[in-house]
Design a protein around this ligand. Structure first.
Ligand SMILES: [Zn+2]
Length: 379
C-alpha cells in the first residue's frame, strides 16, 4: 500500500475548446434562455514525484460532471488512487475498492496507454461541488516500478447537462481493410446498429451513427493494446465520438464477439479509444448472418459500448464479483444468475438454448442506465 503524499506539480493548463450547441431554432420564443449544453476541455501535463505519484488539480463549475483521461507517453502503467473534493474530503479511494468484490471503475486499476476516470459514476456518488478538485494518481514503468519524475498528460472534459436523463452520442463505425467487401457484412452491421439504436433509445440515449473505413488489418489486436490509427481517425473529429471498429476477429480468437478497451474507455482520441466487433464470430461457421445472429450482433454492440460507457457485468462469470449498482439483483450461482439476470444487457454472455436460439438481453436497471447517462461523452 502506498502513502499519498501530494506530488509536486508542473502544471501547464490550456483551455482548448468551449463548445456550445445552439438551441433548436424551431423552439417557441418564451423569453427565457433555452437550455444550453456545454463541453469544455482542458489539458495539463503533470510530473510524478520520487514515488511515482502525481496530482492533477482541476476547477469544476456549478453543475458540471467530469472525465479525466490520463496518458503516459512512455507506455508504462497509469491510474487513479484518490479523488479529493474542494473541502478536502475523499470522494474516491482506491484502497476502499481494491479488496472489494464489487467493481466501480477501472480508473483505479493501472492501465497502459490511457486510464479514464468519469465522475460521478452513480447517483449515490453525488454531484460535483464547484471548486478545485484533486485527482492523485500513480505512474509505474513497464516493470511495474514507480516511474519517478515522469510526465503524465491529463485531459479533463467538463460537461454541463440540463437534461441528464436524455442524451445523444455520436458513433463512428469503421470497417477495417477489406471487411466492407465481404458478402452481407454491411447489411448485417446496419441491421445490428438499428437494434442497438432501439435499445439505447429505450434508455434515453440517441445514437447517431456514421460509417467510414480505416486502413487497419482486420485481424484485430486486443483492445487493451489498441492501434495508433484509432486515435488518428478520432483526432479528425471535434465532437468526441465513440469509435466502433469492425474486423474479422479479435486477438486471434474466433469466439470473441466484441471487446471494449476499458470500463470506462476514454472519450478523447487515444490508441485504445475503441470498441472492437468481430463480424466472423457473429456470422458463424457458414459466414452468413441469420436473424438470430443479427440480434446477438446488435446486443454485442450495445453490451461492449455499455462497458465503454462505464458499466461492469452485474455479476462476473464465476459468481464472486458484482457491479457496484444497488438495484441489480444479487446472485451467486450460474442457474440463479441466469435466472435473475440472464435478460440483462450486461450479463457476461448470451444465454442460449442453441447456437441460434438465444434469449433477448435487452434490460438495464435504473442504476445501470444512470451510469451510461453520466458518461461525459454522452451529452
Ligand atoms: Zn462484457
Amino acid at each position: 500500500m502506498h502513502p499519498h503524499p501530494r506530488a509536486s506539480l508542473a502544471c501547464l493548463t490550456t483551455v482548448l475548446l468551449v463548445a456550445a450547441c445552439s438551441p433548436d431554432s424551431k423552439q417557441p420564443d418564451t423569453g427565457e434562455a433555452p437550455p444550453v449544453e456545454t463541453l469544455r476541455v482542458e489539458e495539463q501535463t503533470v510530473t510524478s514525484n520520487n514515488h511515482g505519484l502525481f496530482d492533477v488539480d482541476f476547477e469544476v463549475k456549478d453543475g458540471e460532471r467530469v472525465q479525466l483521461v490520463l496518458e503516459d507517453p512512455n507506455n508504462g502503467y497509469v491510474g487513479t488512487q484518490l479523488l479529493i473534493d474542494p473541502d478536502g474530503n475523499t470522494a474516491l479511494d482506491r484502497d476502499d475498492w481494491s479488496g472489494s468484490h464489487n467493481e466501480l471503475t477501472e480508473a483505479l486499476t493501472g492501465a497502459q496507454y490511457a486510464s479514464t476516470l468519469n465522475w460521478p459514476v452513480r447517483e449515490e456518488d453525488g454531484t460535483l461541488a464547484p471548486g478545485v478538485w484533486t485527482l492523485s494518481g500513480e505512474i509505474l514503468d513497464r516493470t511495474q516500478e514507480p516511474n519517478k519524475h515522469a510526465d503524465v498528460e491529463a485531459t479533463i472534459l467538463y460537461r454541463t447537462d440540463d437534461a441528464p436523463t436524455a442524451g445523444t452520442a455520436h458513433v463512428v463505425m469503421a470497417y477495417c481493410t477489406g471487411v466492407r467487401d465481404q458478402d452481407g457484412v454491411v447489411e448485417a452491421m446496419e441491421a445490428g446498429v438499428a437494434y442497438w439504436q432501439e435499445l439505447y433509445a429505450s434508455w434515453g440515449i440517441t445514437l447517431t451513427v456514421e460509417y467510414t473505413d480505416i486502413e487497419v488489418d482486420p485481424a484485430l489486436p486486443d483492445t487493451y493494446e489498441g492501434v495508433e490509427a484509432y486515435g488518428e481517425l478520432l483526432a479528425g473529429y471535434d465532437d468526441y465520438p465513440l469509435l466502433m471498429i469492425v474486423g474479422d476477429d479479435i486477438n486471434g480468437d474466433s469466439y470473441i464477439y466484441g471487446e471494449a478497451a476499458a470500463i470506462p474507455g476514454p472519450a478523447t482520441a487515444t490508441r485504445i479509444s475503441a470498441v472492437e466487433v468481430s463480424w466472423l464470430a457473429h456470422a458463424g461457421a457458414n459466414g452468413k448472418f441469420s436473424d438470430g445472429e443479427i440480434g446477438i450482433l446488435g446486443e454485442t454492440m450495445a453490451h461492449e459500448t455499455g462497458h465503454y460507457l462505464g458499466m461492469f457485468h452485474p455479476v462476473e462469470d464465476g459468481w464472486q464479483f458484482w457491479d457496484a449498482v444497488d438495484d441489480t439483483p444479487e446472485c451467486n450461482s450460474m442457474s440463479q444468475c441466469q435466472d435473475k439476470l440472464g435478460a440483462n444487457l450486461m450479463f457476461p454472455y448470451p444465454v442460449c438454448t442453441s447456437m441460434v436460439d438465444c434469449a433477448p438481453q435487452d434490460e438495464l436497471s435504473d442504476g445501470q442506465t444512470g451510469i451510461i447517462q453520466r458518461y461525459v461523452g454522452v451529452d
